[in-house]
Design a protein around this ligand. Structure first.
Ligand SMILES: Cc1cc2nc3c(=O)[nH]c(=O)nc-3n(C[C@H](O)[C@H](O)[C@H](O)COP(=O)(O)OP(=O)(O)OC[C@H]3O[C@@H](n4cnc5c(N)ncnc54)[C@H](O)[C@@H]3O)c2cc1C
Length: 459
């Protein structure tokens, strides 16, 4: 006998709990299933603990630079890694328990702990319980991808989850993967006192970004003594008396790096392989992401997929926006679509990279006539006053429509300053609206109108 609900939500990540809230408010009886930690990746092993650690690392960095500001600290700076680790764990714990409490107190919501698997297009099994509903929402997220590289089964390695348990300063952390997740950990552990080497297969760091952005990021990291090995074509791991030997086979330099610990940060994979999707006939793509249409419906009527597992976004805000789209369409009679979303995100090294829209290379490939403005942070008063002048800002405008189509702000406060541009792009208004605004002095944002007043045709 199955227990019947109006809706089943699988996964308490960034979309599931909010959707359960809207569905129950509309009078539906909802079952929400979570197999592990309420709040999912962001709360437990992603955004929240990492940004808490980044804040500790920033404090250490500023403390070491105290003399630059005329501040006397009275001796070398040291790190209490146990307290650093506990601080991050506490932030996650508080958020996790708050999500769980909220769900458990939600009227008409039955919270079930366990691993959900589809039995059919309208039923799901959790251990010995069979649940059925005419609407099922999948919010199962993803996990660290562990590549099948030689030696990976022979040495202990860290992932974004297990590294959060590290309550000591590793002597030499080798980070395999020079993209968003890897670089945040690389810089924070360098600031905690580890020697750090980043090993990247591609020819440059964060290769999805423009070359000038990759270069700016590499300069920031190397200025702090982080070694970067790019072109690492045949990465393999082997045990070593000091910890681990990472074969990098780079075109230049030593063929191996000896580290005390290795972090694998080479991408994510969707949690769809153990969900019984085949029993429901739900299609996935070649990488295991659930195929959805522009309104996030799967190929099976009555089943939707939200968040990282649908491959349409890889961020907390895109997962949350998936919830908003589904809730608006189902409950408010709206017609919202994923293709209406303008993608923005940040890379939280320090200074952070704030990004929105297309990169310059994508813009150039589109064949549009472009106007481009840039400014180094050395010419931004707020950055000079703060003594944090690394990076630059760049804005790309479609000359025909006068719309901003992309921007990168690699700067102190870049994760916040980018939102002025995000808002103008969402308002679908010409760049001159922002050019003639009167921003607050002194801020990083106040220089955006200046950049817009100095746009040059792309050659
Ligand atoms: C190190 C790191 C740092 C990050 N930093 C940022 C950041 O700063 N900003 C940002 O926007 N994004 C960041 N992200 C990405 C962000 O964490 C994810 O995009 C976001 O958590 C995706 O949310 P989700 O709801 O799709 O899935 P998740 O948050 O992963 O939630 C999925 C939930 O489903 C549960 N589940 C899975 N399978 C089943 C099953 N079969 N049965 C029951 N339950 C199941 C899981 O236990 C989990 O709780 C970061 C990620 C990492 C790894």
């Amino acid at each position: 006998m199955s227990k019947h609900f109006d809706a089943i939500v699988i996964g308490a990540g960034q979309a599931g709990p909010s959707l359960a809230g809207r569905l129950t408010q509309s009078g539906m009886k909802v079952a929400l299933i979570e197999r592990k930690l309420f709040g999912g990746t962001c709360v437990n092993t992603g955004c929240m603990p990492t940004k808490t650690l980044v804040a500790s690392a920033y404090a250490a960095h500023l403390a070491r630079r105290a003399a630059d500001y005329g501040v006397v600290t009275g001796g070398p700076i040291s790190i209490d890694m146990k307290r650093v680790q506990e601080r991050a764990a506490t932030v996650s714990f508080n958020a996790r328990t708050s999500v769980e409490k909220w769900l458990r107190s939600m009227e008409n919501c039955t919270v079930i702990q366990g691993h959900a698997r589809f039995e059919s297009a309208s039923s799901v099994r959790v251990d010995d319980q069979l649940l059925s509903a005419s609407r099922i929402f999948i919010n199962v997220g993803g996990r660290a991808h562990v590549p099948n590289m030689p030696g990976v089964r022979d040495v202990p390695y860290l992932t974004n989850s297990s590294i959060l348990q590290v309550d000591f300063v590793p002597k030499h952390l080798v980070v395999v993967g020079g993209s968003y997740v890897g670089l945040e950990f690389a810089q924070m552990f360098r600031r905690f006192g580890s020697q750090v080497t980043v090993v990247e297969q591609g020819e440059r760091l964060v290769s999805r970004e423009d070359e000038d952005v990759s270069r700016g990021i590499a300069e920031i990291l190397s200025s702090e003594g982080i070694a970067v090995r790019t072109h690492a074509q045949c990465i393999s791991l082997a045990g070593h008396e000091q910890g681990v030997e990472v074969h990098v086979s780079c075109k230049q330099g030593e063929p191996t790096v000896i580290g005390s610990h290795v972090l694998l940060a080479v991408g994510r994979r969707a949690n769809t392989d153990d969900l019984g999707l085949d029993r429901a006939g739900i299609e996935v793509d070649t990488r295991g992401y659930i195929k959805v249409d522009d309104r996030l419906a799967t190929n099976v009527p009555g089943v939707w997929a939200m968040g990282d597992c649908n491959g349409r976004g890889a961020f907390t805000h895109t997962a949350y926006n998936d919830f908003e789209i589904i809730a608006a369409n189902l409950l408010d009679g709206a017609d919202r679509r994923v293709s209406q979303r303008i993608l923005a995100y940040a890379l939280y090294i320090d200074p952070p990279l704030g990004r929105v829209g297309v990169t310059e290379s994508q813009a150039r490939a589109s064949g549009k006539k472009l106007l481009i403005g840039t400014r180094p942070m050395t010419r931004v008063g707020r950055a000079v006053e703060k003594g944090e002048t690394q990076g630059f800002m760049k804005v790309i405008v479609d000359a025909g429509s006068k719309r901003i189509i992309g921007a990168s702000i690699l700067s102190v406060g870049g994760d916040e300053a980018i939102h002025g541009i995000v808002d103008v792009m969402n308002a679908d208004t010409p760049y001159t609206t922002l050019q003639w605004a009167v921003p607050i002095h002194p801020t990083v944002s106040e220089l955006i109108p200046t950049v817009l007043g100095d746009l040059k045709p792309a050659t």
